[in-house]
Design a protein around this ligand. Sequence first.
Ligand code: PEP
Ligand code: MN
Length: 349
Amino acid sequence: MIIIMERDATKSNIQAVIELLNSHGFKVIAHEGDVHTVIDALGDKTTLSPARIEAMDGVKQIKFIREPFRLASRDRKSEDTVIEFSNGVKIGGANRPVSMVGPCSVEENYDGLLQVAVAAKELGCQFLRGGAFKPRTSPYDFDGLGELGLQYLRKAADETGLLVVTELMDSTDLDLVCHYADVIQIGARNMQNFKLLKSVGHCNKPVILKRGPASTIREFLLAAEHIMYNGNEQVILCERGLKSFDSAFTRNLLDISAVPVIKKYSHLPIIIDPSHGTGQRYLIEPMAKAGLVVGADGVMVEVHYNPAEALSDGKQSLSIPQFKEVFAHLNTLIDTLHLEKSSTLSDVE
Ligand code: PEP
Ligand code: MN
């Protein structure tokens, strides 16, 4: 439940509510707003009668959240969460949708990575992505360069003015990955690795949480809830396709409807990954467009300097010339959508 305090509630009124909640085993998160203090009380409400809280001095209203994901729910927070980076880039709300691009894996050829980063910057992308710790289906496949890959990513991003997104697979690498990355990615296979979710909950970097290939939207939002419950509210969701019965033409089934569904039930930003979502490079442009049109806050796309020789996911990676062509089109759409969004908002004002 959420307890909204009166605008003139005193510090001791607020403290009394927090103490009562704590004594009944609730986890309490208090937000001091400009007007009201709002207290999130996470726990079993059968242990404490809401009427008892309602009767306390300084309490204005109690709201109950219908969804099991409470912190991530729109009922708790009606305005969109916006995640802001030190260079001014913002994800979510009425901000321009962002682009995160780069190879599936960071490889030995640093110059190839730099070529992608240079093109990305030219095309107005904000993030360089790439895996240094790779989850691979087969133990015989390339599983990443580890710290060297992180160093390459950081260097290429710094040389070009981009932010780094990279995957964390094991909480023992958290400090290492945080040292190099601006955004920590939790991959689809780890969406329900609850220990890993807890560990990124304790860090202060934004997290991209990818939807598990066989997860419902509710499970997806509950996975985000684990990160938020542990203290990190900077979560960016990523729809990246589901396993389906038909893999003849596509690797996964990209659930475009997840974008507006999540927008309805959650305030968290959501981006779309048409590369893993389809497994086919010719589908990247149409599916990225579809995701953006239904409201995605950004796209994640795999780009490799030479996809034929990529050590992972070459088939779904764009070459640099293809990347330039696709993003020339996507950027036009992004500009139009952004213009529409900002003018609708100013109409409302
Ligand atoms: C990736 O982004 O390279 C990746 C492994 O993605 P996913 O977890 O969605 O498969
Ligand atoms: Mn990949």
